[in-house]
Write a protein that binds this ligand. Structure first.
Ligand code: AMP
Ligand code: GLY
Length: 441
């Protein structure tokens, strides 16, 4: 069968890598993809939210499954668009409809959902510009730090954690009265600050049954020891040592089952991934957020640890028989280290030639922000080179019987790849070393 993957990051490269291993996969198309995905299929340079052009591609190439990487097309209703079109309604979409995508598209919706279904999460209240005064008063009743979340999608930047009351008040006013995040901050969720260790648990569901995928921990800050600005993610590790069987059982009983049942009760037919961002507070899991897609770079460690055929699992999602599918996980560790552009997550340059990709050994280089460029003139005219095309450039994934073994391979290969301005965090996994000896699985 022909499959279309939407997106252009390391996550989509990892999907392409894994799906291409399935005997059922005939041809992959990636919209828009990157230099890495072009080794597994055909990249088509259009936007993942250009539904009309996507329709043409699907019909032209006889595509029967669309795997949606990022949240944007889901929140904008790509699944509903397909279901509402006679020529497209038979196509399987891996990703929820707009109603389910609200779990990520609206923080207020997701908090209300969690409270309706008694899913453990931080206490909160939601405010608008009309209730700004109440919001400022509410802040006075809390102790620092303060958690302010723009309700809508804000490209991963909509959460602020000011440490002082004056700063929190200023930020709340900026968000509500001055539209700091545009329409996304027309509503703001103010939340109790949870102190603990973060991790992510991923679920694949057909709306009834589900598979719990390997858990992962990502490293969000740009600087070592978790300092500096937030990024999309600088590295990830799976498994997570403190997410042992007993902890995951709590997550399943208190969070996953009530989430799947809650969606069903509300008439939301959900087919796709649920990414549950969790805080482990003294051994108890609380939900920080839902995402309606896989994480990036978490996918680059989670997908490599899935031994089963991912396309077969997706077919289970599409045909509502996921419960009949075998699901096997590799017990080895997987680590990924993200190479980024100099300046990221602030301003950075693109188009830097990447060398050393052929020298990578014992790791998988999942491309994130890369593109293929042909030299226009000179003696190399027409020759293709891989260049940087984003903030996060390449994610280097390795396996190991221990976390350290996997990390060592990722770091060795991180040195083999070069481009002007290359930066990566050398402390990925350091915080987890206290958990040695690590349990496996
Ligand atoms: P979110 O986009 O909701 O995942 O928030 C971004 C980051 O803010 C999370 O990964 C956490 O590090 C932090 N965060 C969000 N909510 C809370 C909370 N209630 N308590 C502590 N940290 C939080
Ligand atoms: N790495 C975090 C995310 O994908 O949202």
């Amino acid at each position: 069968m022909n499959i279309l993957i939407l997106g252009s990051g390391g996550r989509e490269h990892a999907f392409a890598w894994k799906l291409s291993q399935s005997p059922e996969c005939t041809h992959l198309y990636i919209v828009p993809g990157n230099a890495g995905t072009s080794s597994y299929g055909t990249n088509i340079k259009i936007s993942p939210t250009d539904f009309i052009s996507i329709k043409q591609i699907v019909l032209q190439h006889d595509i029967t499954m669309v795997v949606v990487g990022p949240e944007d097309p889901l929140v904008k209703g790509i699944h509903d668009f397909f279901l509402g079109d006679d020529e497209l309604k038979q196509v399987s979409i891996i990703g929820p409809k707009a109603d389910g995508a609200q779990l990520e598209g609206s923080k207020d919706f997701s908090k209300q959902f969690m409270f309706r279904h008694r899913i453990p999460t931080a206490q909160y209240q939601t405010f608008t510009n009309e209730t700004l005064e109440e919001g400022l008063m509410f802040l006075e009743t809390l102790s620092p730090p303060y958690v302010l979340k723009a309700d809508g999608l804000a490209a991963g930047k909509g959460v602020l954690i000011p440490v002082s009351l004056p700063e929190a008040k200023k930020e709340l006013s900026e968000m509500l009265a001055n539209a700091k995040f545009g329409n996304a901050s027309a509503k703001v969720v103010i939340e109790e600050f949870l102190k603990g260790i973060e991790l992510s648990v991923f679920v694949l569901t057909d709306g009834n049954s589900y598979k719990i995928l390997p858990a992962a921990k990502d490293y969000k800050r740009i600087g070592e020891n978790d300092t500096g600005l937030n990024t999309g993610g600088m590295g990830a590790i799976s498994p997570v040592p403190f997410a042992d069987e007993a902890f995951i059982k709590k997550v399943e009983d208190r969070i996953i089952i009530p989430t799947i049942n809650g969606l069903k009760e509300e008439g939301i037919i959900y087919k796709g991934f649920i990414f549950i961002g969790l805080m482990n507070v003294n051994g108890e899991p609380l939900v920080i957020e839902y995402n309606v897609r896989m994480g990036d770079p978490e996918t680059e460690v989670v997908i490599p640890r899935i031994k089963s055929d991912l396309l077969d699992l997706f077919l289970g999602v599409a045909h509502c028989n996921l419960n009949e599918k075998t699901f096997e996980v590799d017990t080895r560790f997987a680590t990924t280290v993200m190479l980024v552009s100099g300046g990221y997550p602030e301003e950075y340059e693109k188009g830097k030639v990447i060398s050393g990709l052929d020298e990578v050994q014992g790791s998988i280089a999942f491309h994130a922000g890369t593109a293929i460029e042909s030299a226009k003139n000179g003696k190399d005219a027409g020759r293709e080179k891989v260049v940087t095309n984003g903030g996060r450039v390449i994610s280097i994934t390795s396996y190991g019987d221990t976390m350290q073994e996997a990390l060592t391979k990722s770091f060795v290969n991180a040195e083999r790849i070069n481009y002007e301005g290359k930066y990566y965090r050398k402390d990925i996994g350091n915080d987890l070393k206290v958990y040695y000896p690590l349990p496996k699985g």
